[in-house]
Design a protein around this ligand. Structure first.
Ligand code: UD1
Ligand code: CA
Length: 461
């Protein structure tokens, strides 16, 4: 069920497309379900901003059912009836209960089938039950349920019940669809509640059972941004724990933001307040220092990323040293043992083995060979206002400080460029290029001038 608006979020984005752990809530649920049944047996009920929701998860191969107006969870299942009535049993999952593990879904399924129940409800006893529907068992200790009561309808006695409805159920379709039309909207929201099926089925003499989740965290719902961020924290801590169990050191893991998709090899150290996002891989014996944000990037072994680097869509070679405060933009390839220092920005650059750009530089659309030194303040002028052009620099080149390289331009192997040059013509291999105005020095000028100035000053007083 993923058709709801998520009014409590106060957001333009549909609830199930809000992200935790770097992925939409709905994607987490589909992933867990896909371990139980093939995507061709998964039906997602969409409604609010349906096209947007469908686009976001279409690649998973699930089916979609349109609930054009959202009249409640019971109505969502009524909408799905014709699509799923050919199955003997169905599992119902909520698009906003994203931490659920496939093992737990399998337990619900197995218990439901074994017990031949009409309805099986996954329950939990979380620290705080407020806001959830409560599951009323016929007797304490029995698996038989008499009803689910929504928060707003609880009597003071029922409000003491700590066992909540997770919104995850298994149903035998025959009794479900025989009685689904009996739901009434006489409740606080004027909606058709799927939860009322428990009472209806019991009334019809069917078996309605509860099975309690071992870990209540798995069934926490995400109705508000604050609840969602609690789940985000859970999922990221789980990722951090997994990486630590694989030999990665994470200092103060609660401060890091690491997507579940990230891979890190043993003996790498991740300092506090680091973000590792998307399709990022970090090799072994690396150190990622504080405040660095690394996204969709492959980092080889023995790399040091110093404080405050922003790295996106790049490849970083073994032994490279980055930062502090380097901005490595997409399609940058930093070679083995290369250095990219403070306040250096790279974009679509190949920086060869052992090459260095240590200070205050912009390198864009450039191919730079091995063992080349790029001095402080060097700029590749890659843009003429209309098009981007390439700068190509060979091996063992020395580019003096404050040089501008007006692309398209090429500098041959072993060439030298004098500091402060504006290079507009190709520099051949082994040459020295100077492209700046010659210095004029006027001996004694300053002393004379300051003598005159001093004289003026004393006259004024
Ligand atoms: C629901 C349960 C509550 C349970 C809680 C667990 C009902 C009436 N209550 O409450 O007992 O404790 O989940 O998290 O079911 N949806 C649709 N179409 C609709 C309405 C909702 O597809 O017309 C979807 C929503 O997008 C959401 C899911 O169903 O993914 C649950 O709906 P929501 O409104 O969040 O129900 P809760 O109030 O959390
Ligand atoms: Ca909910």
């Amino acid at each position: 069920m993923a058709a709801g608006k998520g009014t409590r979020l106060k957001s333009k984005r549909p609830k199930v497309l809000h992200e935790i752990g770097g992925q939409a809530l709905l994607r987490h649920v589909i992933r867990a379900a896909s371990h139980i049944v093939p995507p061709s047996d998964i039906y997602v009920v969409v409604g609010h901003q349906a096209a947007r929701v469908e686009d976001a998860v279409r690649d998973t191969g699930v089916h979609f059912i349109h609930q054009h107006e959202q009249h409640g969870t019971g109505h969502a299942i009524q909408t799905a009836q014709s699509a799923v009535s050919r199955y003997e049993n169905i599992l119902v999952l909520s698009g906003d209960v994203p931490l659920l593990k496939s093992n737990t879904i399998a337990q619900v399924r197995d218990f439901h089938i074994f017990e031949r129940a009409a309805m099986t409800i996954l329950t939990a006893v979380p620290e705080n039950a407020i806001g959830y529907g409560r599951v009323i068992r016929k007797e304490p200790g029995s698996n038989d349920v008499s009803a689910i009561v929504e928060q707003k309808a609880l009597t003071s006695e029922q409000a003491k019940v700590g066992e909540i409805n997770s919104g995850i159920y298994a149903f035998r379709t025959e009794p479900l669809f025989a009685h689904l039309g009996e739901l009434k909207n006489e409740n606080a929201h004027g909606e058709l509640y799927l939860t009322d099926m428990a009472g209806l089925l019991v009334h019809a003499g069917e078996r309605v059972l509860a099975i309690q989740a071992g870990n209540p965290v798995e069934v926490l719902g995400a109705n508000t941004i604050a609840e969602m961020m609690e789940l985000d924290r859970e999922i990221r801590l789980e990722t951090a724990r997994r990486l630590m169990s694989e030999g990665v050191t994470i200092l103060r893991p609660e401060t890091t933001v690491i997507d579940a998709s990230v891979e890190v090899s043993p003996d790498t150290v991740i300092e506090p307040f680091v973000q590792l996002l998307g399709d990022t891989k970090v090799g072994e014996d690396c150190r990622i220092r504080s405040y660095s944000v690394v996204e969709n990037t492959t980092i080889a072994d023995r790399v040091t990323v110093r404080q405050g680097c922003v790295i996106s869509g790049a490849r970083i070679g073994t032994g490279a040293l980055l930062g502090p405060y380097a901005h490595i933009r997409p399609e940058s390839e930093v070679g083995e043992d290369a250095h990219v220092g403070n306040f250096v920005e790279t974009k679509k650059v190949v920086l060869g083995k052992g090459s260095k750009a240590n200070h205050l530089t912009y390198l864009g659309d450039a191919i730079i060979g091995d063992g080349t030194n790029i001095g402080a303040g060097v700029i590749t002028c890659n843009y003429d206002g209309v098009n981007k052009h390439t700068t190509s620099i060979g091996d063992g080149v020395f580019v003096g400080s404050d040089t501008t390289l007006v692309a398209p331009i090429s500098v041959g192997n072993g060439a030298y460029i004098a500091a402060g040059s504006s290079i507009t013509e190709d520099v051949p291999e082994g040459a020295l290029a100077l492209a700046r105005s010659r210095q004029t020095t006027k001996p004694g000028w300053a002393t004379t001038k300051s003598a005159v100035a001093k004289k003026k000053l004393s006259l004024n007083h």
